[in-house]
Design a protein around this ligand. Structure first.
Ligand SMILES: Cc1cc2nc3c(=O)[nH]c(=O)nc-3n(C[C@H](O)[C@H](O)[C@H](O)COP(=O)(O)OP(=O)(O)OC[C@H]3O[C@@H](n4cnc5c(N)ncnc54)[C@H](O)[C@@H]3O)c2cc1C
Length: 506
């Protein structure tokens, strides 16, 4: 188990939450020849919530994470807890009907309530606070969108009203307020769930990558772990699967700044730009910080340095910044038809479950996914199971952007193979930077470290053989097709890949 107090991240930047977190007290070895009721793969909000629910229900469970608990997006989230979602209730109604939209709203609410009841029941000190959530429009088109959001929310009985008092310096035309939203420190929350889980008899195994499962006579085996059921709470299930065609990976950027003076907004605030900005205030390590997120783009596309630079420029345009305290980026998945996929994993053996495609709403959707999956593992009905069934087939008319996304995967698969720079560029590679180069006819993903050594890797993603791109901000190799990510030595940081990039001997 890692003994430093920072949770290692899936990139070079540490988030405000992953800083200075004591490791879990015990990493209990599985010494018994035991068959668990459930193996939960992934120690983010989905996995820990599911593990605790199942363990409390009397099941024998084990949770394995390839890294430390909180390594994934739950450690890099901005942790707004909302009653609304990126897929608006109007959009949900047009794709899934009135009943579907109502169920979706109920599911978001149930996820919200589950976090709140955990905080209350376990008395979790995770800076949980209730705040109003403002959503504003700056253009006439955005005003129209706001009207849609308002109508859709009222139809599914989510409380919302117009407001003229948004605590923002940005000039806006109209604004909505959703009362009683919430925010918290996701890592404090996660570690408290770990404590409760271990106290209830649950087993946590960190630094254990699950590369695949062998199934025989209804028992799934991964390494020395045997389980009757498996939940992939890995944000994206590993290896090639249907979700590679149904979810697009995106990066989002967060910068936490200290302001000159003490005028921090006491609310969650969102604009309606494309991509949108989201912000809130959090008291971290003895000081107020304004957390501003946005500038999202598809993983492995666009320039992460530019994304951070533009986000910082945006913040400085509207706020008097004294200093930048943290900046980080993380990954999320946009589902093709707007709703998450939660349930039995398609084309997998019986007893294998998964959850993915939360968009930017994984606090609520990850929590409710945990409830749905824990019910399914226990053989219970769950009212949301059909709506979120991963095997559903839905028309994707409303989500034409996604069609473009998949065409783009095919483009990268072919075009990037020819897009290498000239051979002598390896010599010009600056310390601390990476580049795709061709040397003696061999294509290389090359990184020069601060001592001048070259770390040379095959640039072919081990998931589906696309060519990775350099991410200069996180110092990672990111795949533009399905979002797999690797560190400078080729180690997998983010699935769906489970095998490292091959090293090239120089
Ligand atoms: C910048 C940003 C801001 C966001 N802000 C919000 C917000 O304000 N509100 C909101 O609701 N949502 C937000 N989201 C979305 C939300 O953070 C995520 O949806 C959520 O954290 C996903 O949680 P998870 O537990 O499913 O996955 P993760 O937290 O990513 O956990 C998955 C875990 O699985 C492990 N793992 C992966 N593969 C394997 C394997 N093969 N074997 C073993 N372990 C494995 C990883 O190490 C990781 O620890 C945001 C997302 C981003 C990127």
């Amino acid at each position: 188990m890692n003994t430093t107090n920072n949770i290692p991240r899936d990139g070079a930047n540490v988030s405000a939450w992953q800083n200075n977190v004591a490791p879990l007290t015990a990493d209990i070895e599985n010494t018994h020849a035991l068959t668990y009721d459930c193996l939960i793969v992934g120690g983010g909000i989905t996995g820990l919530t599911a593990a605790l629910l199942l363990q409390n229900a009397g099941k024998k469970t084990i949770l394995a994470d390839a890294n430390r608990i909180g390594f994934g997006t739950t450690g890099g989230t901005s942790a707004h807890i909302n009653t609304f979602a990126d897929t608006t209730y109007t959009e949900a109604e047009s794709a899934f009907g009135e009943e579907g939209a109502q169920l979706f709203a109920d599911a978001v609410r149930e996820g919200f309530d589950l976090i709140q009841s955990n905080v209350n029941n376990y008395k979790i000190a995770c800076d949980y606070e209730i705040k109003p959530g403002f959503l504003y429009a700056e253009t006439d088109d955005e005003v129209e969108q706001l009207r849609d959001i308002y109508d859709g929310a009222l139809k599914v009985k989510v409380a919302v009203h117009y407001s003229k008092d948004v605590p923002t310096p940005v000039p806006y035309k109209k604004a909505l307020v959703f009362d009683e939203q919430a925010q918290f420190d996701p890592i404090k929350y996660l570690y408290a769930l770990c404590k409760e889980y271990v106290n209830a008899g649950g087993v946590i195994k960190e630094n254990m990558l699950i590369q695949g499962l062998e199934t025989k006579d209804g028992v799934h085996t991964a390494g020395n772990i045997r389980a009757k059921n498996v939940i992939y709470a890995t944000h994206m299930p590993p290896n090639i699967n249907v979700f590679n065609f149904e979810c697009a990976p995106y990066r989002s950027y967060v910068i936490a700044v200290k302001l000159k003076g003490d005028k921090y907004p006491d609310a969650l605030i969102y604009d309606s730009q494309e991509p949108y900005h989201y912000l809130r205030t959090h008291f971290i390590n003895g000081q107020y910080l304004l957390l501003v997120g946005g500038n999202d783009h598809k993983t492995g596309h666009d320039d992460p340095e530019k994304a951070f630079a533009e986000l910082e420029k945006y913040i400085r345009k509207y706020y008097r910044v004294s200093s930048v305290k943290y900046k980080w980026s993380s990954q999320y998945y946009i589902p093709v038809d707007g709703l998450p996929y939660i349930g039995k994993q398609p084309l997998a053996a019986d007893g294998i479950y998964c959850a993915t495609g939360y968009n930017g709403n994984g606090m609520m959707l990850g929590s409710v996914a945990a409830k749905i999956l824990s019910d399914l593992v226990q053989g219970k009905n769950n009212r949301y199971a059909d709506l979120f069934n991963p095997a559903r087939v839905k028309p994707i008319d409303g989500f034409t952007e996604f069609v473009k996304e998949n065409a783009d995967v095919a483009y990268h698969f072919v075009a990037d193979r020819f897009n290498f720079k000239e051979t002598d560029s390896l010599k010009r590679l600056q310390p601390g930077t990476g580049k795709l180069v061709e040397v003696d006819g061999e294509k290389i993903a090359a990184y020069r470290d601060d001592e001048g050594n070259i770390h040379a890797l095959s640039p072919v993603c081990t998931h589906a053989a696309c060519i990775v791109n350099w991410n200069g901000e996180e110092k990672t190799w990111d795949c533009p097709c399905h979002g797999a990510r690797y560190d400078i030595d080729g180690n997998v940081l983010t699935g769906p890949a489970t095998r490292n990039l091959s090293k090239i001997e120089q």
